[in-house]
Design a protein around this ligand. Structure first.
Ligand code: NAD
Ligand code: LMR
Length: 307
């Protein structure tokens, strides 16, 4: 299996590293526009192979898309991250152009690939890649839900003093402050979370999750990369190993949840064809209202692209 990661910055290099040391792909091609950066990071990851004992070949390329030919999966992380005081939507003016150019280049060489979007604003960048690639919606997928649920699960594990491995959760909606965590669908070793934590503490964790990206931007002056890079690699793994994992991811909705005009995070089954199935939960009125607020927000940002 061959995987290309475009953008050899913080998220892209982390994703390539996880793909390599966990031997998720046989070959990983890292591409960046900055001269030498992708080659250098790919070489560094390859030199770690004898220490960490893996066979995955990592290759770097400065804007040379011929090297990406016949990739099974393409992860797009290129673009700018936000700085303190910015929203993800503020990145659209730069990142839309970057995602468009990169998508044109990758589809030329890998017309059958599955594309995973990471660049922000995530939902609208997934839309950009979809209209540029003209790929079916099942092959253009945004990464955000795995990251957002991981934050939620990590905060819960800390509060309950249990292993994060035992916390299962799903959330929906756009990757932003309007995301919709679903406590009704959160369990700890099979036990509904509401039986283990009082409502006030759970609400505080949900609020912290919604602003989880911003918390890190404030601390570091740029956005997160370890969890995002690992989350993207986990999606690649589900696809290349046809694992049929159940994850929240961003896709174009075509009638599911009564929505057919928007890119939003929903639970899906992820396998060798990309989206194998969209899972439709029976949302209550409050959850439906939160999802609608999220949809309205994403639609507003999508309009900027359409102008
Ligand atoms: N979806 C998510 O949950 C999530 C999580 C974290 C970060 N992000 C987003 O991912 C993006 C990357 O974040 P980062 O921290 O890795 O940033 P970074 O600045 O460390 O890396 C971005 C890289 O993209 C490269 N690049 C820019 N234009 C390019 C082009 N046309 N072709 C190829 N490479 C190009 C840059 O040279 C840079 O190396 C940002 O937009 C950020 O907001 C999304
Ligand atoms: O917060 C950001 O800008 C990056 C990313 O979307 C995140 O949630 O970490």
């Amino acid at each position: 299996m061959k995987v290309t990661v475009v953008g050899a910055g913080n998220v892209g290099a982390t994703c390539a590293d996880v793909l390599a040391y966990r031997e998720i792909a046989n070959e990983v091609v890292l591409v960046d526009i900055k001269e030498g950066v992708a080659e250098g990071k790919a070489l560094d990851i390859w030199q770690k192979a004898p220490i960490n004992l893996y066979d995955t070949r990592t290759i770097g390329a400065t804007n040379d898309y011929a090297k990406t030919a016949d990739s099974d999966v393409i992860v797009i992380t290129s673009g700018v991250p936000r700085k303190p005081g910015m929203t993800r939507d503020d990145l659209i003016s730069i990142n839309a152009g970057v995602v468009k150019t990169v998508t044109e280049n990758v589809v030329k060489y890998s017309p059958e690939a599955i594309i995973i979007l990471v660049s922000n604003p995530l939902d609208v960048m997934t839309y950009q890649a979809h209209i540029t690639s003209k790929f079916p919606r099942t092959r253009v997928i945004g990464m955000a839900g795995i990251l957002d649920t991981a934050r939620y699960r990590a905060f819960l594990a800390e509060e309950l003093n249990v292993s994060p491995k035992d916390i299962q959760a799903v959330l929906m909606g756009g990757h932003g402050d309007t995301m919709v965590p679903l406590p009704r669908y959160t369990t700890v070793g099979g036990i509904p979370v509401t039986e283990l934590i009082d409502a006030e503490k759970l609400d505080a964790i949900i609020e912290r999750t919604k602003f989880g990206g911003g918390e890190l931007v404030k601390l570091m002056g740029t956005s997160a990369w370890y969890a995002p890079g690992s989350a993207a690699a986990q999606m690649v793994e589900a696809i290349v190993k046809d694992q049929r994992r159940v994850f929240p991811v961003c896709i174009k909705l075509e009638g599911e949840y009564g929505i057919d005009d928007c890119y939003l995070g929903v639970p899906v089954i992820l396998g060798k064809n990309g989206i194998e199935k969209v899972i439709e939960l029976d949302l209550n009125d409050e959850e439906k209202a939160l999802l609608e607020t999220s949809r309205q927000h994403v639609l507003e940002v999508m309009k900027v692209l359409d102008k």
